[in-house]
Design a protein around this ligand. Structure first.
Ligand code: 5RP
Length: 224
């Protein structure tokens, strides 16, 4: 296992240790959240009694295979803890998510959770957001109009593709990856983007007061 994968595993496992018996747990998406889910799966096999909501079909499949009981918002109101990855976390704890395409469900689950825990390796922890292109989830109909509106905000959008076709999210939508450069005011940008008809959600996770667990290649793990 290389040093970055080791760091992701360490961050995921540290977050999993925060899960207590009886909790309702949000399961994130991506290669770091993967390790948290694996660890929670082990804990469930060892007798831990929890229920979880997954932020993507991929994470739900992983959780089911590990025997983690899955629930939904038709049965519960709120989660106790949500453990998820990030594409960038700024020093003032604003976040870009959506690199894995799950940003909409991730935000719904995060907003429904009392405690939000972000797990990331050291490369994601940055002074200012924006080196990672900001994903926004948009409605397929008329997507070109949203594309142009983002261009007019200097967002340099690219329609995400897979096998030369538009990438389709778990919700049947498209994703624009938008290069805004340094994002000095994430809150303002989030609201500007949400005001465009056809934008479903942005990957800016703002003012969520998360617990952030950063794992370093040298083996250190810091909780911020
Ligand atoms: C998926 C996400 C992921 O949490 C984010 O892309 C980080 O993934 P990884 O841990 O694989 O780097 O937002 O939509």
């Amino acid at each position: 296992m290389d040093a970055i994968t080791q760091a992701k595993k360490a961050a995921g496992e540290k977050a999993a240790a925060l899960v207590q018996p009886g909790m309702l747990v949000g399961l994130g998406t991506g290669s770091t959240a993967y390790w948290a889910i694996e660890k929670i799966g082990e804990m469930v096999k060892g007798g831990l009694n929890i229920r979880a909501v997954a932020t993507s079909l991929a994470s739900e499949k992983q959780a089911r295979e590990l025997g983690i009981p899955i629930t939904s918002f038709s049965e519960i109101q709120q989660l106790d803890i949500d453990i998820d990855g990030a594409d960038e976390v700024s020093h003032d704890l604003q976040i870009i998510k959506g690199g894995g395409g799950a940003l909409l469900r991730e935000k719904i689950v995060a907003m429904a959770s009392r405690r939000k825990v972000i797990v990331a390796d050291e490369r994601k922890y940055v002074k200012t957001l924006g080196k990672f292109p900001l994903p926004i989830e948009i409605i397929p109909f008329g997507w070109e109009l949203v594309f142009r509106a983002v261009q007019s905000l200097q967002g340099a959008p690219t329609l995400r593709t897979k096998d030369d076709k538009p990438y389709i999210t778990d919700n049947g939508n498209y994703i624009l990856d938008c290069a805004f450069g340094a994002i000095e005011n994430p809150e303002q940008l989030h609201h500007q983007l949400k005001a465009i008809t056809g934008v479903v959600e942005t990957g800016l996770f703002i003012n969520m007061q998360p617990t952030v667990i950063i794992a370093y290649e040298n083996g250190d793990v810091k909780t911020i």
